[in-house]
Design a protein around this ligand. Structure first.
Ligand code: NDP
Ligand code: HSE
Length: 440
């Protein structure tokens, strides 16, 4: 059978990896896909750099639309990124009857419904394994491997840049800015790194996983997002003393009231495997009613790990190229007429446990007053850690830190109680509140 022809839009970090891995492993890939897969045309704004990478093995152009217009091309890979030109090109490729492979989680989390609707109408596929957790085949696992299960929850380290930063800060004592620079140099960070450090990239990814897990539309606008820029080194230290690590987790859970969809720094027991995922590695824990808990771990970013996922999609499309569209795996795992309208819960209705750090006057009765206000609100305390005043402010200090771990409580209830605690005259600074997940 003749090789399937592919056009590549954007030959940057992931595009270059895709081109190289496909060329290097072409024989192995042909044996798996049943026919050859060839990138015959590459579009990039920097044609000199593109020509250096391609080395005469494909035609290089500066105009991505020339690739889409080429009737010989069956599959278009979009590796430009962002919601601007990438969105137009993806929609144009679909309109031209091409299958699309993309690593662009931002585009799909925000415009996924429009793009999937257009693809269904045209009978083409939009594949996006590389969009979540880079080289870890989590989309395939959720959509196919775990398809027997009613998924209960997913919690993942799904942003390599922030996990790398947190690891470098803890292990090497690097400051935040230096660790971020290293992540950028290594090609992990987004074009706009605020997407990484403010949790937006992780929210894009958990939004996609949530839709696939629960059969709901992509609802990025309803996700709760907190990044790591406000995280203080002393909370990382106190968490360790209490047996926890702080990770930026993307979490989505099914509850009787609706779906939780959130990204924030989270205390995780240090004994959990996911708490020991370091550097740019990603890990996703999925809990299903039949299988229990599964852990999916690997490189979540970088040129060739991400290329691995892009090429897996190319192989899938090649295998199913001639199949009736009705018989392909649905983009979001559930058939479009079987989607659910479960609502995404506001954070005030989310139930979880908490880490609280209070800077208090070192005087008798403070802990009792705080505990009384919490008890009045029905909030149960799990553990308390009180530092010596000397440790906090030096010899003769009159202030200390009070660390409280709570049991599960509604966030709205906790916030109301904390308003009263904050108003106590012995509480001297804004209370730090981090969420905690046991992931049992
Ligand atoms: P890069 O910035 O390295 O590459 C993007 C490439 O697209 C650049 O070469 C850029 O050229 C080119 N480009 C920009 N505009 C156009 C255009 N109009 N026509 C043709 N080419 C264009 O990005 P990455 O490879 O890192 O990321 C690509 C996608 O993959 C993004 O969606 C990203 O979120 C996603 N992703 C990235 C991962 C990673 O580890 N890097 C991991 C998982 C997903 P120029 O440089 O000249 O502007
Ligand atoms: N910026 C992303 C990360 C790339 O750091 O995880 C992979 O999606």
């Amino acid at each position: 059978m003749k090789p399937i022809k592919v056009g590549l839009l954007g030959i940057g970090t992931v595009g270059a990896g895709t081109f190289e891995v496909l060329a290097r492993n072409q024989e192995e890939i042909r044996r798996r896909a049943g026919r050859g897969i060839e990138i015959t045309m590459v579009a990039d704004l920097d044609t000199d750099r593109a020509n250096r990478i391609v080395g005469g093995r494909a035609q290089v152009v500066s105009d991505a639309r020339a690739v889409i217009a080429n009737p010989d091309i069956d599959i278009v890979i979009e590796l430009i990124g962002g919601y601007g030109i990438a969105k137009q090109l993806v929609l144009e490729a679909i309109a031209a009857g091409k299958h699309v492979v993309t690593a662009n989680k931002a585009l799909l989390a925000v415009h996924g419904s429009e793009i999937f609707t257009a693809a269904r109408a045209k009978g083409v596929t939009v594949a996006f394994e590389a969009a979540v957790a880079g080289g870890v085949p989590i989309i395939k696992a959720l959509r196919e491997g775990l398809t027997a299960n009613r998924i209960e929850w997913i919690a993942g380290i799904i942003n390599g840049t922030t996990n790398f930063i947190l690891s470098e800060m803890r292990d090497k004592g690097l400051d935040f800015a230096a660790a971020l620079k290293d992540a950028q140099r290594l090609g992990y960070a987004e074009a706009d790194p605020t997407f990484d450090i403010e949790g937006v990239d992780a929210a894009h990814k958990v939004t996609l996983m949530s839709a696939i897990a629960f059969g709901t539309p992509v609802q990025f606008d309803k996700a709760h997002i907190e990044g790591i820029t406000q995280l203080a080194a002393q909370d990382i230290k106190y968490a360790e003393q209490l047996g926890y690590r702080i990770k930026l987790l993307g979490i989505t859970k099914r509850t009787p009231q609706g779906i939780e969809l959130r990204v924030h720094p989270t205390l995780v027991p240090a004994r959990r495997l996911i708490a020991n995922v370091e550097g740019a590695m990603n890990a996703v824990v999925v809990n299903g009613d039949a299988v229990g808990t599964t852990l999916h771990y690997g490189k979540g970013a970088g040129s060739e790990p991400t290329a691995s996922a892009v090429i897996a999609d190319l192989v899938d499309i090649t295998r199913l190229h001639t199949a009736d569209p009705e018989h392909r795996v649905p983009f979001l795992a559930f058939h479009p007429d079987a989607m659910s309208d479960l609502r995404v819960l506001p954070m005030s209705e989310v139930v979880t446990s908490y880490y609280l750090r209070l800077r208090v006057a070192d005087e008798a009765g403070v802990l009792a007053r705080v505990a009384t206000l919490m008890a009045d609100a029905g909030i149960s305390i799990d553990a308390v850690l009180q530092r010596e005043a000397d440790e906090i402010g030096g010899e003769g200090s009159t202030q200390t830190d009070l660390i409280i771990l709570t049991h599960d409580t509604r966030e709205g209830t906790l916030d109301a109680a904390l308003t009263k605690v904050q108003a106590l005259s012995s509480v001297l600074a804004p209370i730090v509140r981090l969420r905690k997940e046991e992931l049992a």
